[in-house]
Design a binder for this molecule. Structure first.
Ligand code: UT7
Length: 327
């Protein structure tokens, strides 16, 4: 079977940085509380001229350039997002048009914060079957327009950004070794946005009731995240005949440094092999694992032959893990 390899990575975060001090000036919180409970120090926030697809296109252009490819080479665009440009059509369509990827099919995948692993897995399938040779997978989010800036329990956590990978066929057996996707809809009420869909269509009442903002049971999400990230990571390693000690780099979803540390501990992967950037970007949902991968690659932390474990988790719940041998 032909494997898919990651031939290029790219990222874009809006230039505007929102510090904890600025957040503390808006809601009843403190810089100390945010750092101690989450590890987040600042996040990037899109300006009003930017839509999700703009962030995605900037990341995609960089990933394509690094892969030595042009938009016309792209055959499929998969965008993971939970806050696209519009409810209809897909954000991937805007990306396709703005990029000038004339040959590409385009689709969104809505798996909340697990959109990175989900889009990567979907993209890899098309390479593995031989259907396509160039697939763009992107995670792009503007959560600053999804959180309630009156709710201190959620608004401190998220940031905006996008990151992308270009998938191509591997020629040497390396690449994406495996990717597992999971879901469990029982606990949807622990992380959701009630308004704007068919169940609660937008009305004056839904707006007045603040139904268009994210709602979260942070304590429950925290426990579930640790368990599901650890379990899916251990399962994919075992299935592919690897032990946690063989992981060169672990790139988990960046939601809270305490979640990351707890998962690393359960896996037995030392923190110097774990990528952490939540301090500077907050939780960028679908973009988070891709953003951390791009940063690790830019810093020379990902080398050919390295075993890289990616794991993500989000509302729904949806979660998953991917195992990559870097080529
Ligand atoms: O991609 C997945 C998305 N979501 C997540 O990953 C979130 C997972 N959960 C978490 O990261 C943590 O649960 C939080 C950071 C959200 C909260 O941390 P915690 O240690 O679990 O705090 P808590 O929910 O147990 O709340 C402790 C206290 C509460 O006050 P009382 O009831 O003990 O008086 C909260 O009201 O902290 C209060 N609190 C805050 N205080 C200051 C909640 N948010 C804030 C805040 N500033 N921003």
């Amino acid at each position: 079977m032909t494997r898919a390899r990651i031939a290029g990575v790219g990222a874009y975060v809006p230039p505007r940085v929102l510090t904890n001090a600025e957040v503390a000036a808006r809601v009843d919180t403190t810089e100390e509380w945010i750092v101690q409970r989450t590890g987040i120090r600042e996040r990037h926030i899109a300006d009003e001229t930017e839509a999700t697809s703009d962030l995605a296109v900037a990341a995609a252009r960089q990933a394509l350039a690094r892969a030595g490819l042009v938009p016309e080479d792209v055959e499929l665009i998969v965008v993971g997002t939970s806050r696209g440009d519009m409810p209809f059509p897909s954000t991937a369509n805007f990306v396709q048009h703005k990029l000038g990827a004339r040959r590409a099919g385009a689709m969104d995948v809505f798996a909340a914060c697990a959109g990175s692993v989900y889009s990567l897995s979907i993209g890899a399938q098309y390479i593995e079957t031989g259907k396509y040779r160039t697939v763009l997978t992107i995670g792009a989010e503007i959560y600053s327009r999804l959180v309630d800036w009156n709710d201190r329990a959620t608004c401190v956590l998220f940031g905006d950004g996008a990151a992308a990978t270009v998938l191509r066929p591997a020629t040497d057996g390396s690449g994406i070794l495996d990717a597992d996707l999971y879901s469990d809809g029982r606990h949807w009420e622990w992380l959701y946005v009630p308004g704007g869909g068919s169940k609660h269509p937008t009305s004056h009442e839904t707006v007045d009731g603040r139904l268009h903002y994210l709602r979260m049971r942070g304590d429950e999400v925290f426990k579930a995240a640790v368990r599901m990230l650890a379990e899916s990571s251990l399962a994919i390693l075992e299935k592919n005949g690897y032990a946690p000690e063989q992981v060169d780099l672990f790139i988990p979803h960046q939601a809270n440094v305490r979640i990351i540390e707890a998962v690393a501990k359960r896996l037995g992967v030392p923190m110097d092999r774990v990528v952490v950037d939540v301090d500077r970007y907050g939780n960028t949902a679908s973009a988070s694992v891709y953003l951390a991968l791009e940063e690790a690659w830019s810093q020379g932390r990902v080398r050919p032959g390295d075993l890289v474990l990616l794991a993500s988790f989000g509302g729904g719940f949806t979660w998953g893990a991917a195992l990559v041998q870097w080529s």
